[in-house]
Write a protein that binds this ligand. Structure first.
Ligand SMILES: Nc1ncnc2c1ncn2[C@@H]1O[C@H](COP(=O)(O)OP(=O)(O)OP(=O)(O)O)[C@@H](O)[C@H]1O
Ligand SMILES: [Mg+2]
Length: 497
C-alpha cells in the first residue's frame, strides 16, 4: 500500500497570533513535499505539531488511514515520525553508532551490548548511504553536516515512515547539501513520506515534487514543482511580484578611500589575512563552512585574540582586544549564531534591539523608555519583524524573525558604525526580506560605511558584494571583483589549498 500522511483542518493559536488555521493537505510516500512561506508563516509550528512538540487546537493528523494523536514527542517517534530540526538532537559526547541506535542498543547478556556488533550494524548503514563517517567517532567532534547525517540515519534506522526537515541546509556547504539531497532521494525511492522546509528557492526546485505555500498561518496555494517557477512561487509567498532581486539593487557607485587595512593577521584559526576595505565598499567573504570567515569577523570584533598582524582604521593602527574596543573604533558585528552569540532569548524584542545603545538612551539617571520604544519600532518596521508587540520575548518569534532582531540591533542609527560586519545575515530569512536586506547593505555602503558581508550562499555574495574574497582552511585563496566573479571561479578558489 502506498503510504500517506494527511493534515486535516489543523489550527493552532498563540496569544495574539493565529499561527495556523485550516491546514489541510496530503503527502504520499515517495514524494517530497515542500512547505514554503515568509518568516512567521507557520512552517515550523506545523512540523512541531507533527513531532508532538506542540499540540494543535483543532484538526487531525492521519497516517495511513488512522488518526494519530500525541501527548509527547516520544509518541510521534513511536508512530514512525522523525522531524529533523536545525538544532541537533544528538548526544554530543557519545559515538556515532550509539547515537544512531540510541534507545535500541542491541543488549546482550548481563545488560551489556556488544560494541563490535553495534559497530558492524552502524557501518552497514553508513555504507548504504555512502558516507565518510567513522561509526566510533564522537558525534560532538563531527562537522555539523555529518551530525545531521547521523540524525537522518537514526531516523532511517527507526524505520520512520515520515521524515521532515526544517531548514536543513542552513549550516551546510554546497558539497554537503549535495550529500543531503542524495540521501533524501534514497529515502524517496524507498517510499518514505518527506516534508521539506526551506527558504532557498533553488533547493525547492531541485529536491521537491510538490509545494504548499503558507502565508500568515493559512494555506494559500499548492503547486506541482515541475509546473511552476521561482517567480510564480515567490509571488504566492510574498503576495506580490518582487522582480529580479539583483538587477534591481541600487548600489553605491562611489567607493572612497581605504577605511580599514588588515595586514598579515593571525589568530589560532586564521593565518596571514590581508585585505583593504574602502569607504562605501561591500566586501563579500565566500568559502566553505569552516573556511575561517567567521573567525576573521571575530578577530576584527575583538572576540578572538589576535596573535600577530596589524589592523589600521583610516590610517591609524588600532588595538582590538575586546568587543568594547572594536565598538569604540566604529566596528559592529551581526553574529552568525543567533542563539549562542546574538540574542537573549528570554528577553523582550525591545531589550534585545536596544542592548548595544542602552548608554545612549538614558535621560539623566533613568532609561528613556520612549526612546527605547521608538528605536525598536523603527527596527520592527524596517525589517518587517512579525510580532504582536515589542515586549514579546524573542524566543516566541519564528526563526527568521529572531534573525531580523539581530540585524535591527546592529544597524540602528544609534550605533555609530564605520565598519559593519554581517555574518550570514540572511540565514533563515524569507525571499522578500532577503531582497530588502541586500538593498540595505547597498544603502549602508552609500552612507560611506565599509561592509563585510559573509555568506555561504554563493549566489548572494557574488551578486551583492563589490569585491569577493575567498577563504579556505583559514587563509585567503583569492579575490575577484563582482564583474569577474562567477559561481565556478569562486567555488574553485574555495577549494584551493
Ligand atoms: N512558543 C510560541 N509562543 C508564541 N508565539 C509563537 C510561539 N512559537 C511560534 N509562535 C508564533 O507563531 C507564528 C508562526 O511561527 P513559525 O515558527 O511556525 O514560523 P515559520 O514559518 O517557521 O517562520 P521562519 O521562516 O521564520 O522559521 C509566528 O508568528 C510566531 O511568532
Ligand atoms: Mg521556522
Amino acid at each position: 500500500m502506498e503510504q500517506y500522511l494527511e493534515f486535516k483542518g489543523i489550527g493552532k493559536a498563540y496569544p495574539g497570533v493565529q499561527a495556523l488555521k485550516d491546514i489541510s493537505f496530503k503527502v504520499t510516500g515517495g514524494k517530497v513535499m515542500a512547505l514554503v512561506g515568509e518568516n512567521g508563516a507557520g512552517k515550523s509550528t506545523l512540523l512541531k505539531i507533527l513531532s508532538g512538540d506542540v499540540k494543535p487546537d483543532e484538526g487531525q493528523l492521519i497516517l495511513n488511514d488512522s488518526e494519530i494523536k500525541f501527548e509527547a514527542p516520544v509518541q510521534a517517534l513511536g508512530a514512525g515520525i522523525s522531524v529533523i530540526y536545525q538544532e541537533r538532537q544528538l548526544v554530543p559526547s557519545v559515538s556515532v553508532m550509539e547515537n544512531i541506535y540510541a534507545g535500541d542498543l542491541p543488549v546482550g547478556k548481563l545488560g551489556l551490548y556488544s560494541k563490535s556488533d553495534l559497530k558492524k550494524k552502524a557501518q552497514a548503514l553508513i555504507d548504504k548511504f555512502g558516507l565518510p563517517i567513522n561509526p566510533a567517532a564522537t558525534v560532538g567532534f563531527l562537522p555539523v553536516a555529518y551530525q545531521q547525517m547521523v540524525e537522518i540515519m537514526k531516523a532511517y534506522r527507526r524505520d520512520s515512515a515520515v521524515i521532515a526537515f526544517d531548514e536543513p541546509t542552513a549550516p551546510l556547504t554546497d558539497k554537503e547539501i549535495a550529500i543531503l539531497f542524495k540521501l533524501i532521494n534514497q529515502l524517496k525511492e524507498e517510499g518514505k513520506i518527506i516534508l521539506y522546509v526551506s527558504h532557498r528557492m533553488n533547493e525547492i526546485f531541485q529536491v521537491t515534487d510538490e509545494i504548499v505555500v503558507l502565508k500568515d498561518g493559512r494555506q494559500v496555494k499548492s503547486f506541482n514543482t515541475a509546473e511552476t517557477n521561482e517567480r510564480e512561487l515567490i509571488k504566492a509567498m510574498v503576495g506580490r511580484d518582487i522582480g529580479d532581486t539583483y538587477s534591481n539593487l541600487k548600489r553605491n557607485d562611489s567607493i572612497g578611500d581605504v577605511l580599514m587595512e588588515v595586514n598579515n593577521l593571525n589568530t589560532n584559526v586564521i593565518s596571514d589575512i590581508s585585505f583593504k576595505l574602502r569607504k562605501g565598499e561591500v566586501i563579500g567573504f565566500a568559502g566553505l563552512v569552516g573556511a575561517g570567515r567567521t573567525e576573521v569577523a571575530r578577530a576584527l570584533f575583538g572576540v578572538d585574540p589576535i596573535l600577530s598582524g596589524e589592523v589600521k582604521i583610516e590610517g591609524r593602527p588600532v588595538k582590538l582586544r575586546s568587543p568594547r574596543e572594536a565598538i569604540d573604533q566604529g566596528i559592529a558585528l551581526c553574529p552568525e549564531d543567533r542563539k549562542e552569540q546574538g540574542l537573549i532569548l528570554w528577553n523582550s524584542i525591545k531589550d534585545n534591539v536596544c542592548m548595544p545603545v542602552l548608554g545612549k538612551l538614558k535621560k539623566g539617571l533613568f532609561m528613556d523608555e520612549k526612546a527605547k520604544e521608538d528605536l525598536t519600532l523603527a527596527a520592527v518596521k524596517q525589517y518587517s519583524i512579525k510580532t504582536t508587540n515589542i515586549d514579546k520575548r524573542v524566543m516566541e518569534l519564528s526563526g527568521g524573525n529572531q534573525q531580523k532582531v539581530i540585524l535591527g540591533r546592529w544597524t540602528s542609527e544609534k550605533v555609530v558604525t564605520k565598519i559593519l560586519i554581517l555574518d550570514e545575515p540572511t540565514k533563515g530569512i524569507d525571499v522578500g526580506t532577503k531582497a530588502e536586506i541586500y538593498q540595505m547593505v547597498c544603502d549602508f555602503a552609500k552612507q560611506g560605511i565599509g561592509v563585510i558581508f559573509i555568506s555561504s550562499e554563493l549566489t548572494e555574495v557574488i551578486n551583492v558584494a563589490d569585491t569577493i574574497i575567498v577563504m579556505h582552511n583559514g587563509h585567503i585563496t583569492g579575490q575577484v571583483s563582482r564583474q569577474d566573479a562567477t559561481e565556478e571561479n569562486v567555488l574553485a578558489m574555495a577549494m584551493l589549498d
